[in-house]
Ligand binder design. Sequence first.
Ligand code: 2RA
Length: 340
Amino acid sequence: SAPNVAIVGVTGAVGQEFLRVLEQRNFPIGELKMLASARSAGKSVAFRDKTYTIEELTEKSFKGVDLALFSAGGSISKKYADAAVAAGAVVVDNSSAFRMTEGVPLVVPEVNPEAIEQAGIKLGEKPGIIANPNCSTIIMLVPVTPLHKAAKAKRIIVSTYQAASGAGAAAMAELEQQSREVLEGKPPTMEIFPFQYAFNLFSHNSDMQPNGYNQEEMKMVHETHKIWNDAKVGVNATCIRVPVMRAHAESITIEFENPIDEATAREVLRQSPGVSLMDDRESNRFPTPLDASDRDNVYVGRIRTDLSVTDGRGLSLFVCGDQIRKGAALNAVQIAELLL
Ligand code: 2RA
């Protein structure tokens, strides 16, 4: 029978995308609970042909729930995920709370679906937590993993151009408001970031670590190692926030153990799940964030040999993926589909 589902953080950008994706993919749902903070409790939410009332999230919210999709921040996941599991639910958590926890599978369905089975998690039988990787990691690994399988990646250098949506709905609103203010010659409102965001870009706003990398960059390192189950592959990330609404772009250079030429790489990518090729050199047309926005796939272009590496063991790519969708909500629902 269809699982009873709870959405935790339903009013947020990802929570709203959960509903859109569940509806679009006809995900089977028995009972549906919309959970959020006290501030949102009582508000109505439409889903399929019904209207639901948001309930305040408490430890007791998960009675009878088989599947709980969380996207309400790490502290909410830390506080409530165990109560959901104790009630018998499988939790798919979009926050960073449990991604690096031993025994918690960190899953990109196109990359390592087997990690769920290895953890023994089963709807209605063996509850547990499955973690959704960070969006920038997902968007990188969907195209890079098939190339890794073809020629064994040794080292990845990635620069990201990350959308406002990754910093939340308020950051998207500030970007829009500042853009207007700047064009009207008014001083930009600065509440989310202490500097102008519109017509500007800056080093990612996550905490700086002692090693000179920010948390976002270190997530790409550690999560890649866990998802690939390979602690040896080198990952060097530079994460930048850019004035784009909801799709991340990434420039990726990979050094392989074995040679792989452009034609082979293009063919591998053409056949890869979750990838759309956009690599038209004649018309100089390659992926843009607006091509990827609201779409399921990661768009891949600029496929070319890395001229700085000998004997064809290097490739560079440019990719774009929707941060709210494949970077969060769609990936989580695809994980849930693997549980059915
Ligand atoms: C960002 N990866 O884009 C994060 C999403 N919360 O900032």
